[in-house]
Design a protein around this ligand. Structure first.
Ligand SMILES: Cc1cc2nc3c(=O)[nH]c(=O)nc-3n(C[C@H](O)[C@H](O)[C@H](O)COP(=O)(O)OP(=O)(O)OC[C@H]3O[C@@H](n4cnc5c(N)ncnc54)[C@H](O)[C@@H]3O)c2cc1C
Ligand code: HEM
Length: 1010
């Protein structure tokens, strides 16, 4: 159970942006990190596990009586990190088969990365280690042997992600036939192969070392078990050969109760990586545990024990020193474990036995083969790297390389991102290290802090560039340096020498923003101008089609806004139960002016403004009230009104005799006429005039304006109260909205007519007036008000007009898309015509062309064609944006704090291959047909569910049934009555805003030969 815990000694949360502070949690043996991320102070899990698989948890902070508290579960706070709350999922139909060889850090990165990114093909992990992937660094720090504590993920987790696990040793790879063979005779075919076989500890080629017992190396749990058994009840003399990380950690871990000696070749331990000065600081710490050191020492031989000649008894150094040893542990480095490729004629191993790769970890010279982790030599683009090749044996490098490979397999076009190598070690105290000195070395060191007190930071420099950083007792400085290196913004050597504290670097908010890890165009992270520029220029459709292809399933499109193109994102955001409510974008679509309180909160009047309603209590009541009126069973009563419009439209289109028309305008004409007839028993006269009076074009310009305003909610809020702000902003963006001279919007008569009828119907003495016997939708709504006072007169007046406001462009867009797509695919048009023409004939007497809605609903192919058109041309071209609720959310392995604007753009979601298959870009109505198999049914279910044609979750379209009736009947009648020929505009000519339409389609309606 989550509960409140006091933060020890914290009296203020006054941290600068980017500043971090580690604090203890009272009552728990745990620490959390306070940080000012993007202007908000957060408490997160300890940094210890930062380069680990699990995201850090952010805990709620509260202040009471001058003290600060965090809220969370004790176990989570202690663990510091949080297991992803999701299972890995597979979806769709990827055709690749991935084989991962080796079950270590690199392998985990690949597997998690693949499934997170929606890869749905088969994944097989072949490992010879004898158990599931473990947290290897723990081995030397705590000599753990309990697999339950060491394994990262359990069997069930792999099973849930459909990862096949094979316990076997790979003995060879045939790169031409793309098969991997194993020791037990297995053969495994792949289309993508990831090699992550890690390292084999080196042995000493010196007398005695190869033959004597009780001489150990340390790479896996089997090794640890042997070491633990040899130590037994302690009191042993242990000689550790090698004074680099593993040697030093083992010495530290075994010091208590044993007599431990470290023998090292260098002048100081860890000298190769950290330099002599820092090495000696660390040595002091280990010495304080009773460990003895022989540095600058050479080993000569191992001598058998007097009591058991099969086991080691002494180690001789070159200077004549003889060290007594009950056991010896070698920490003298590892060699890339690539023996299975040694004799392969196709691949050339590097001199050290590693594989050379590019930035995506594709093995150079091989196709579809990747190498990650300790066996990979890759170009380093970190500070001072210059793209030189390095092989880095770090846990986080292997795992990040694995994730890079996963991205490359899923989206080969995406450029691999640089990640800062991070390393940590338990050497008396916790050592943190980031960056790398291997590419070009280092020539100087800037030491800050107080080494005597165990708090220091060492900056390794080459010229003026800081290429690496190590610290003890100053974790936030390391975390900050790693981020600055990633962004190429590390301070210079001179600045550090002058005493600059990296934590004081006042970084632009963006760098420490919680969304800094989310890929996307650089400019988008800076301000919403990038997004608004695209909205203003009508480029939303293009963004929908290209952004995810370039950056992957999660893209940052604004400082605080992220788009998702995945089932995972869709399900989280639009599941009603998850509480993602509408974002501030919808302020721009508000029909009312709000009032403002002293806290600058906006309050909107209760008028039934569905699209912009932020008060969910009101909204739910309103939806419940109107539900029955907008049900198909009720709406079918208005079919004759729609039929009459159809007849009139067909008559007029016939009279045009095949002349070319603007498809969008004609569909708008029909739609407004249908709405007029259904809602008000009224005609705007558009069919007769063969024109919509410019209303569709004018309305579309309105959306351009709303789309830009929506991206600047503060301006939108201010514009409610100041015409000057509104005008100035519109002028700057070129989105002024003027009505042409003589322009007559249909809203004026709609408003007047509905208002007059409502007033008449609600007058107290109706008998004085002629009874209104019109049986249209407005009549239903008036009756609803009479029956249910909760459906107020204000609601009634507003909803009468909303039918037109929300329905005219959306139905026009859907009809235009359906007619354009059907007509531009002759085989589809033929198929639809074959379905509808028999029905138009059979109903010829009742009405020339219209088909009863009951029949239209049964036309499987026609319905599939409409659905498919709406999929490829959804009416919304921008994200249906929502706000992350208070608890925050973890998606795709990234934590999104409360208040982040998130959403899916239907344009990209509807082309997602994991949902719609590899032909997602093509117009294929057949995909919606049930061909009888269970697999087919499941595929269709996923397509229906992960779909934004009618909006998402609790805020889905209330007018859907009305729209489906009108669109279905109009499409049926038009294709039944005409052979429609269209000329499609080029894709790049299309303009899409929040509302998106297929503009520029030229159409001719030719009489069908019956
Ligand atoms: C004791 C110890 C402590 C460490 N501490 C730290 C630390 O604190 N911080 C840090 O950053 N790094 C640390 N490292 C280094 C880090 O663990 C490695 O860099 C990292 O594990 C490399 O990942 P990998 O996937 O390349 O290989 P590994 O994690 O070693 O995995 C390789 C896997 O391949 C399997 N394999 C090998 N050959 C075959 C074959 N032919 N067929 C099938 N399977 C095969 C192995 O059994 C193993 O499962 C430590 C390493 C060790 C050994
Ligand atoms: C084919 C035609 C239509 C399509 C494709 C369509 C689609 C949509 C979509 C995608 C949304 C969600 C918008 C968002 O979340 O930002 C929506 C909302 C809405 N639609 Fe429709 N619509 C259509 C026709 C209609 C009609 C005819 C009406 C008239 C009653 C209507 C009334 C509404 C209303 C009031 C909302 C706002 C609901 C809310 O925000 O909670 N729609 N529609």
């Amino acid at each position: 159970m989550a509960q409140e815990y006091k933060l020890k000694g914290v009296t203020s949360l006054d941290l600068k942006p980017g500043e971090k502070k580690e604090v203890e949690v009272e009552g728990l043996d745990a620490k959390v990190l306070l940080l000012n991320a993007g202007g908000t102070v957060q408490a997160t899990g300890d940094v210890e596990d930062a380069p680990a698989l699990d995201a850090l948890t952010v805990f709620k902070t509260t202040e009471r009586d001058g003290a600060f508290y965090i809220t969370g579960e004790a176990a989570t706070i202690k663990a510091g990190s949080r297991k992803p709350n999701k299972r890995i999922v597979t979806a769709g139909a990827n055709t690749d088969k991935v084989i991962v060889v080796g079950g270590g850090s690199g392998a985990l990165g690949v597997i998690e990365g693949l499934r997170e990114k929606g890869f749905s093909g088969p994944v097989t992990l072949i490992s010879s280690e004898g158990y599931l992937p473990i947290d290897r660094p723990k081995l030397s720090k705590a000599l753990l042997t309990d697999l339950a504590k060491l394994q990262w993920r359990d069997q069930e987790w792999f099973k849930s992600g459909s990862v096949e696990i094979v316990e076997d040793e790979v003995t060879g790879v045939d790169f031409s036939s793309k098969t991997v063979s194993t020791k037990s005779g297995g053969k495994f075919a792949y289309t993508k192969l990831v090699l992550s076989t890690g390292g084999t500890p080196r042995l000493l080629q010196l007398p005695g070392f190869k033959v004597l017992g009780n001489i150990f190396t340390l790479r896996n749990v089997h090794d640890v078990k042997k070491i633990v058994a040899a130590i037994g009840e302690k009191g042993k003399k242990i000689v550790v050969i090698g004074s680099s990380f593993i040697g030093m950690e083992i010495a530290g871990a075994t010091a208590a109760g044993n007599d431990v000696t470290v023998v090292g070749m260098e002048k100081a331990p860890l000298e190769r990586v950290l330099g002599e000065k820092v090495g000696n600081i660390i040595k002091k710490g280990i010495e304080s545990k009773g460990v003895k050191f022989y540095m600058s020492a050479g080993v000569e031989k191992a001598e058998p024990s007097a009591s058991d000649p099969a086991k080691v008894g002494f180690v001789h150094l070159k200077d004549g020193t003889k060290l007594e040893a009950d056991l010896v542990i070698l920490g003298v480095g590892v060699a890339p474990a690539t023996e299975y490729l040694k004799d392969n004629s196709v691949v050339r191993l590097e001199q050290d036995g590693s594989l050379k790769t590019d930035e995506s970890f594709s093995v150079i010279g091989l196709k579809d083969v990747y190498a990650v982790g300790d066996i990979a030599t890759y170009p380093y683009h970190g500070p001072g790297g210059d793209g030189k090749y390095v092989r880095i044996e770090h846990w986080n490098v292997a795992q990040n390389a694995g994730r890079t490979v996963a991205s490359h397999i899923v989206s080969p076009g995406i450029k691999a991102e640089f990640f800062t190598p991070v390393f940590w070690s338990a050497l008396g105290a916790q050592l943190r290290y980031c960056g790398n000195t291997m590419a070009n070395g280092w020539d100087d060191l800037v030491l800050q802090g107080k080494p005597d007190e165990g708090k220091w930071a060492a900056y390794y420099t080459k010229g003026e560039t800081v290429v690496a950083m190590a610290s003890m007792g100053m974790d936030p400085a390391m975390a900050q340096s790693a981020q600055l290196m990633q962004l190429g913004r590390m301070p210079s050597k001179k600045q550090l020498q002058d005493g600059l504290d990296v934590l004081s670097v006042g970084p632009p908010q963006l760098f420490f923003h919680p969304l800094a890890r989310v890929p996307g165009p650089r400019l988008a992270a800076l301000s919403n101008i990038w997004h608004a520029y695209h909205a203003r220029n009508g480029l939303m459709l293009r963004l929908g089609r290209t952004l995810h292809a370039k950056y992957g399933p999660v893209v940052r499109v604004g400082p605080n806004e992220v788009w998702f193109d995945s089932r995972e994102g869709f399900k989280a955001i639009y599941n009603t139960a998850n509480g993602f409510e509408k974002s501030d974008f919808y302020l721009a679509t508000s029909l009312n002016k709000p009032t403002i309180d002293w806290r600058l909160n906006l309050h909107f009047p209760d008028t039934l403004d569905f699209l912009s309603e932020f008060d969910m209590k009101r909204y739910r009541l309103q939806r419940r009230l109107i539900g029955p009126v907008y049900q198909t069973s009720n709406l079918k009563r208005f079919e004759p009104a729609v039929d009459a419009v159809i007849e009139q439209a067909i008559h007029e289109l016939r009279a045009l005799d095949g002349a070319e028309v603007d498809l969008k305008e004609w569909m708008h004409i029909i739609v407004v006429e249908c709405l007029g007839a259904v809602v008000l028993s009224w005609s705007p006269g558009y069919i007769k005039n063969r024109s919509d009076g410019g209303t569709s074009t004018q309305g579309y310009t309105g959306w351009k304006r709303k789309s830009v305003f929506g991206l600047f909610p503060t301006v939108t809020a201010a514009a409610f109260f100041s015409k000057t702000i509104s005008r100035t902003f519109s002028n700057i963006w070129g989105i002024t909205f003027s009505t042409p001279k003589g322009f007559k919007p249909f809203f004026t008569p709609v408003y007047q007519k509905s208002s007059k009828r409502i007033a008449a119907a609600l007058r107290t003495a109706p008998k004085l007036h002629r009874a209104d016997d019109r049986k249209d939708l407005l009549a239903d709504l008036i009756q609803l008000h009479k029956d249910k006072p909760a459906f107020t007169e204000t609601y009634l007046r507003r909803l009468a007009v909303t039918n037109f406001g929300a329905g005219h462009e959306t139905m026009c867009a859907a009809l235009t898309a359906a007619m354009a797509m059907i007509a531009s695919h002759p085989a589809v048009q033929r198929h639809v015509a074959d379905e509808v023409t028999p029905l138009t004939r059979s109903h010829a007497r009742a009405s020339q062309n219209s088909i009863p809605y009951d029949d239209i609903q049964k036309l499987k192919y026609t319905q599939a064609s409409i659905k498919e058109s709406q999929r490829l041309h959804p009416v919304i071209g921008m994200s249906l944006s929502r706000r992350v609720p208070l608890a925050g959310v973890s998606l795709h392995g990234i934590y999104f704090p409360p208040g982040t604007t998130v959403g899916c753009n239907p344009v990209s979601l509807h082309r997602n291959r994991a949902i719609f298959g590899d032909d997602a870009d093509a117009f294929v109505p057949e995909r919606w047909l049930n061909r009888g198999t269970q697999e087919d049914e499941e595929r269709r279910r996923v397509m229906e569910r992960c779909n934004l044609t009618w909006g998402g979750g609790g805020r889905a379209c209330p007018g859907r049934h009305l729209a489906e009736m009108v669109v279905g009947k109009v499409v049926g009648a038009l294709v039944g009555g005409f052979e429609v020929r269209v000329e499609m505009p080029r894709e790049e000519e299309g303009r899409g805003y929040f509302v998106a339409m297929l503009t520029g389609v030229r159409a001719r309606f030719l009489l069908r030969n019956r």
